[in-house]
Design a protein. Structure first.
Length: 508
């Protein structure tokens, strides 16, 4: 790390609803400040599943400028800037570096018809073995083929296919480069060799010349462009480093490698990840259906499952309070919930998705509420959703443990829901595992700072067991004695399976 007083690293975090800029001091190991700028509201004529890259860039510039003003540090204090971004969206740019069309967001499934074409190239099993990702319309490759089919003029104008991370690195520095952890969900990376899946791309008619060079996370690629410096207040030439996928950096900031424990990144969705050593990585047959990507930490891999749309459903219930009766029912229907009628069982919400697999992802029902009675209030529905999210996480944690070979260790939780102590305690109760939560304000930007400073987290000895010492401010939630949640968990899975079967019978 530089010794001239430069120790502040800025991570530009590109989420699904806002651009956030986070400053972390690599010398003192503390988070300094963060700012956020929401993306502009879509135009009335916009496709709601698409985003305008330039709008997102302007939000990023605003967040960076606000952070620079908040910090007020001299320019010599900044060690570098890096990027964390959601992993599936991509941006197509022309020879002038301009985006040729809007991009598709993560959960959109319009590319489902392209899966057969990909499977015909090397087989569904071959796609998983090569890319570490099974066939699903959410991933990048089918979306890219859909784009080529539906928007041929945009495709013909394309010079580079940039992952969202790559687009922001390019806008900051003018450098075209990509990084494996963020590129993996493009489903175009050969995960065994750390390169683009050349043969698969050739079979599908995607020129390799469209793909940027893959370089390791943390690589310094260039300096901040003068135009960006003028707009944000940072110095021209401030080093710009490759970052990584947002979930990987969140998990790493929370201690994924440090503790060798599964991490729940509880945000809009709830990815569950574990960092594993290359030598202990299970083969494809044993690992399936876990997703695999190169880790931002050299020599490690990230295996991943996902509990589906969780926090994104919980947000719809946050302000229901003491509402009850038909008024509550009407509000719930208006917010996209289906009410299945009175039921003698526990109030249950089908939030998340407990079945992480190609079959489980093929049909995800809209959130259904079963067992709602006149006596229930909005707060009861909110707690039932918290419980359902914990059931979904318990289910995919079991999948992760079964197929990764890691023991059922304590769980690290991060992301927005981890701020809710009731949820963290309920997760411990439902899973039967200790749940550890670090203050988000204390770890924001930590992994990004490690990449730029060349000092990714390392295991700290905690005695004979090798267990790292608990960081300051970490809260631990142990499973409480008392009635278990096994019956509610089984009911949740049964209802979810029935809802999926109903969708299948209806041909949806």
């Amino acid at each position: 790390m530089a010794t001239d007083g430069a120790s502040i690293v800025v991570t530009l975090d590109i989420g699904g609803s806002a651009a956030k800029a986070v400053a972390y001091d690599a010398a003192s190991q503390r988070s300094l400040a963060s700012t956020a700028a929401p993306y502009p509201a879509p135009h009335s004529t916009d496709d709601p599943a698409m985003f305008r890259p330039e709008d997102w860039w302007q939000a990023a510039v605003s967040a960076l400028a606000d952070l620079r003003r908040v910090l007020g540090e001299p320019s010599g204090r900044y060690l570098g800037i890096t990027v964390s971004a959601i992993r599936i969206p991509f941006v197509l740019i022309d020879r002038a570096g301009q985006a040729v069309m809007p991009g598709l967001l993560n959960r959109d499934r319009r590319a489902a018809a392209e899966l057969a074409r990909i499977a015909a190239a090397i087989g569904a099993a071959g796609v998983y073995e090569l890319t570490g990702h099974w066939l699903a319309p959410e991933f990048g490759l089918p979306k890219l083929l859909w784009t080529r089919t539906v928007h041929p003029s945009g495709w013909q104008a394309t010079r580079y296919v940039l992952q969202l991370h790559d687009w922001f690195i390019y806008r900051l520095s003018g450098v075209i480069a990509s990084e494996p952890s963020s590129a993996a969900m493009s489903q175009m990376v050969d995960v065994s060799h750390g390169s683009w899946a050349n043969d698969l791309l050739a079979e599908l008619g995607i020129p390799l010349s469209l793909m940027p060079e893959l370089r390791p996370a943390g690589t310094m690629v260039g300096g901040l462009l003068p135009t960006v410096a003028d707009a944000t207040g940072f110095s021209s030439g401030t080093p710009v480093h490759l970052g990584g996928g947002d979930t990987q950096l969140s998990a790493e900031s929370a201690g994924a490698s440090e503790r060798a424990a599964p991490v729940v990144v509880a945000g809009t969705t709830a990815p569950v990840q574990a960092a594993v050593d290359t030598a202990s990585l299970p083969g494809p047959a044993a690992r399936h259906p876990l997703l695999l990507s190169e880790h931002v930490t050299a020599g490690k891999w990230m295996v991943e499952a996902n509990a589906g749309l969780t926090g994104g459903i919980l947000q719809r219930l946050a302000d229901l309070g003491d509402q009850s009766g038909e008024g509550l029912a009407d509000l719930l229907r208006g917010r996209g919930f289906t009410l299945s009628g009175a039921d003698p069982g526990e109030l249950t919400i089908l939030a998340g998705n407990p079945f992480f697999s190609p079959q489980g992802w093929a049909r995800s029902p809209q959130p259904i509420i079963t067992g709602l009675h006149e006596r229930h209030r909005g707060s009861d529905v909110f707690r039932a959703c918290l419980r359902a999210i914990c059931y979904a996480v318990r289910s995919v944690l079991a999948t992760l443990t079964e197929h990764s070979g890691i023991p059922p260790l304590p769980v690290v939780a991060t992301g927005g829901m981890s701020r809710n102590a009731e949820w963290a305690q309920l997760l411990a109760d439902v899973t039967g595992r200790e749940v550890r939560v670090r203050p988000l304000a204390a770890i924001g930007g930590r992994a990004g700072a490690g990449l730029v400073a060349g000092e990714m987290p390392v295991m700290r000895s905690g005695g004979a067991t090798g267990e790292p010492a608990a960081p300051a401010g970490e809260r631990c939630f142990g499973p409480r004695a008392g009635p278990g949640h096994d019956a509610g968990f089984a009911r949740y899975r049964q209802l979810y399976h029935a809802a999926q079967a109903e969708l299948s019978a209806a041909g949806e």
